[in-house]
Design a protein around this ligand. Structure first.
Ligand SMILES: Nc1ncnc2c1ncn2[C@@H]1O[C@H](COP(=O)(O)OP(=O)(O)OP(=O)(O)O)[C@@H](O)[C@H]1O
Ligand SMILES: [Mg+2]
Length: 377
């Protein structure tokens, strides 16, 4: 078991900066997920930690050891790759035993560790098969098993579930979470899937263009995103964004949305925002938009009229795609009993206690809600 620290870590490939000044403390026993779009530097960060890439600048520590100069095998880590990288000519048993044999462990210990891992993963009956005789899900478990037997201080996993179909992925997700709970070892997990990140991570490090945007708990990322990128990346369907303007009239702040003037003070009594007129972006999640007929108590807000473009009945909710009079598209998750028809206008209520505002640099403008609301979060 060990904590992991990235200190001002930068990785350049030629002139290209793949990881840019990464600072991150991962606690002993934590399940940390790196998430972000393709090419944002997730795999590179993991490979720097594993010792498969050299660090251009900064340092990485595992426990209290600086590992920059250590070879991968001396770092006390085990990695599960997206491709699994099983040896095709070896049986499941030999695939799992191989690294222990290299370490010179006794046959008895190897047998005992492999059997314990296969039991944990439910693959005891597959020990004599070759990888090509296994299903995708079984191969994935062998790859995880091969990492477990090494009893490393840190597990690294790079998109280990991406080759599985959707149903199997959900099951394997739960299995890896259970495995983490039973092993209590530090897990560092890479995925581009925000649902996977939200459901598995104790904390999630959101990356974009090699830069760490925010490292936080799932609920903090969802409720207090640091910028528009994180706000839009976490949550499905994604947060809606609208270009609005912050204006002041007679000393009172308003949001100007098309022809509408939304009185900020009225809806957000303690709304802290700088003065002056300038464009801002308003964000609201699809679940914070309501049809007035199915409005939960204590929700206040402002109404926006929009035309229904598309309806998706999900059973537990109605996902409705709409368009405002200015032609801006957005999506709302409504009560499944709501009567809506394509092409018809709807007056929807936007929960003004759950709106986000972003400045011209796409950074979140801090909004302080009244205390009553904060307590219900
Ligand atoms: N060996 C390399 N040489 C040059 N550029 C590289 C090398 N490895 C990665 N890169 C570049 O660094 C950037 C980050 O790559 P990385 O593999 O870390 O992305 P990722 O976040 O894991 O993406 P994905 O979700 O597609 O796996 C990419 O733009 C990639 O093209
Ligand atoms: Mg990758």
């Amino acid at each position: 078991m060990a904590n992991v620290t990235f200190e001002q870590v930068t990785k350049r490939f030629g002139n290209y900066v793949a990881v840019n000044n990464l600072n991150l403390d991962i606690k002993d026993g934590e399940f940390l997920v790196f998430v972000g779009p393709s090419g944002c530097g997730k795999t590179t960060s993991l490979r720097l930690l594993a010792g498969l890439e050299s660090i251009t600048q900064g340092q990485i520590c595992i426990g209290d050891r600086r590992v920059n100069e250590l070879s991968p095998k001396d770092r006390d880590i085990a990695m599960v790759f997206q491709s699994y990288a099983l040896y095709p000519h070896m049986s499941v048993y030999d695939n799992m035993a191989f690294s222990l044999q290299l370490q010179g462990k006794s046959q008895t210990e190897i047998k005992q560790r492999v059997h314990s891992a296969t039991q944990q993963l439910g693959i005891e009956k597959l020990l004599h098969r070759k990888p090509k005789e296994l299903s995708g899900g079984q191969r994935q478990r062998v790859a995880v098993g091969r990492a477990i037997v090494r009893e490393p201080a840190v597990f690294l996993m790079d998109e280990p579930l991406s080759n599985l179909d959707a149903k199997l992925r959900v099951q394997a997700r739960k299995e890896i979470s259970k495995l983490h709970a039973s092993l209590k070892t530090t897990f560092i997990y890479v995925t581009h899937d925000q649902v996977e990140a939200m459901t598995m991570g104790d904390r999630i490090a959101v990356m974009k263009d090699g830069i760490l945007q925010q490292a936080d708990t799932p609920s903090n990322l969802y409720n207090n995103p640091t910028n528009m990128f994180v706000a839009g990346f976490i949550g499905s369907p994604a947060m809606n964004f609208f270009a609005v303007e912050r204006i002041e009239e007679e000393g009172k702040p308003y949001l100007k949305w098309g022809k509408e003037l939304i009185d900020l003070k009225q809806y957000l009594p303690q709304f802290l925002v700088d003065t002056g007129d300038h464009p801002v972006t308003l964000g609201i999640r699809p679940e914070n938009i309501y049809h007035p007929q199915y409005l939960p108590p204590n929700i206040k807000g402002f109404k926006i009229r929009a035309v229904v473009n598309l309806i998706e009945m999900m059973g537990s909710e109605l996902v409705v795609y709409l368009e405002t009079q200015d032609g801006v598209e957005f999506v709302a998750r409504l009560d499944p009993r709501t009567k809506v028809r394509r092409g018809e206008p709807l007056d929807l209520l936007f929960d003004s206690q759950r709106i986000y505002l972003f400045d011209q640099n796409q950074q979140t403008i801090q909004v302080v809600f009244d205390e009553k609301f904060e307590k219900t979060l």
